[in-house]
Design a protein around this ligand. Structure first.
Ligand SMILES: Cc1cc2nc3c(=O)[nH]c(=O)nc-3n(C[C@H](O)[C@H](O)[C@H](O)COP(=O)(O)OP(=O)(O)OC[C@H]3O[C@@H](n4cnc5c(N)ncnc54)[C@H](O)[C@@H]3O)c2cc1C
Length: 300
């Protein structure tokens, strides 16, 4: 995606994509595409207005709101199932810099932070994106003494609007962070897009599983505390049963073919119908595969 960012920034424009610049554009867009600008501008695939692709039988086909609308629908999330996309016609947006704010919350306040995040983000302007990760804080001088090497919640916030207007939102969001850990600065869009690159170098081994959680346990009676707290702790050992159906197709690994229908849930039958029309022999199968009808029927 880095080359797309570099080209679009020359005109002061952005295409909303992922958070690591050396990720390929095509797979990311075809599977959805989430990143810093998702709240403001939608997923990457929401910003595609047309595709040109080569189908399994070798035809060059256009897909947009007017031409092959079923294929246009399926390509926005359906991955590499329908053909080789040779051209993406995309929508761009003006943006050259953002405010980036970060902070660390000590373990004792993580629960409060997550509850605050849940309520705050439901009402927050779409200019604000707030990511939280749970980790051990680095053991370096950049981290306040009392947090080094300890479990923390790391908050990373991006404000895409007028910096002054964003200040009160960022201050409130960071109010549960240790004061010495809070940093805020204006960064160029290109810096934002490359700041995570060194954490994900080429040549390393990657394996991802993902899911969506039903949130969250809450109850009224203090007498239920012990049982409910035990249940929440048990969740860490039994993640799968507590997850909502659904998974993001771009964060699945190659051994999860059985979960592909879960990624599309109520849209699965429509995906299979489009696949059956454009790739009835499943030529494009080295992906999170949507099998065409006749092959799916043979298996069962
Ligand atoms: C370090 C890292 C960071 C990531 N960060 C994000 C993130 O921030 N947001 C996010 O949404 N995802 C993220 N991802 C997931 C990413 O979206 C997927 O890995 C995606 O498949 C990458 O696209 P690619 O073109 O590099 O894929 P490839 O590995 O080249 O291909 C993956 C799939 O896409 C299909 N495909 C690729 N090109 C085409 C084409 N031209 N036509 C048709 N099908 C094609 C392939 O057939 C294959 O099925 C990340 C992944 C990694 C490894």
């Amino acid at each position: 995606m880095g080359s797309v960012d570099a080209a679009t920034q020359k005109a002061g424009l952005v295409f909303p994509s992922g958070v690591v610049s050396h990720t390929g554009a095509s797979g990311l867009i075809l599977g959805g595409g989430t990143g810093w600008l998702t709240r403001r501008f939608g997923l990457s695939c929401d910003n595609v207005e047309g595709f040109t692709l080569v189908t399994a039988e070798g035809s060059v086909v256009r897909a947009n709101a007017k031409e092959n609308a079923d294929l246009f629908w399926a390509l926005r999330g359906g991955g590499g199932n329908f053909g080789v996309v040779t051209e993406f016609e995309v929508k761009l947006h003006p943006l050259t810099s953002v405010v980036l704010a970060e902070g660390l919350t000590p373990k004792a306040d993580i629960r409060r932070l997550l509850e605050f995040w849940r309520d705050f983000m439901a009402e927050a302007p779409i200019d604000l994106k707030w990511n939280i990760d749970l980790r051990l804080a680095a053991d370096t001088q950049k981290v306040p003494d009392e947090l080094r090497g300890r479990p923390v919640a790391g908050s990373s916030l991006v404000w895409t609007g007028d910096p002054e207007a964003g200040r009160p939102y960022l201050e409130r969001a960071l109010s549960l962070c240790s004061l010495d850990s809070v940093r805020s600065k204006t960064v160029s869009f290109l810096n934002l897009q490359t700041m995570a690159d060194s954490d994900f170098p080429h040549g390393r081994r990657y394996y991802t599983k993902s899911g969506f959680f039903a949130y969250l346990a809450n109850w009224a009676e203090a007498s239920d505390d012990a049982a409910n707290v035990a249940w929440v702790r048990g969740l860490f050992n039994k993640l799968r049963p507590a997850m909502k159906p659904g998974v993001y197709v771009n964060f699945m690994s190659g051994d999860e073919q059985d979960r592909v229908p879960e990624a599309y849930h109520e849209r699965w039958d429509r995906m299979v119908a489009v696949k059956s029309h454009y790739d009835p022999n499943n030529f494009f199968r080295l992906n999170q595969n949507v099998p065409p009808r006749k092959l799916a029927a043979k298996k069962s």
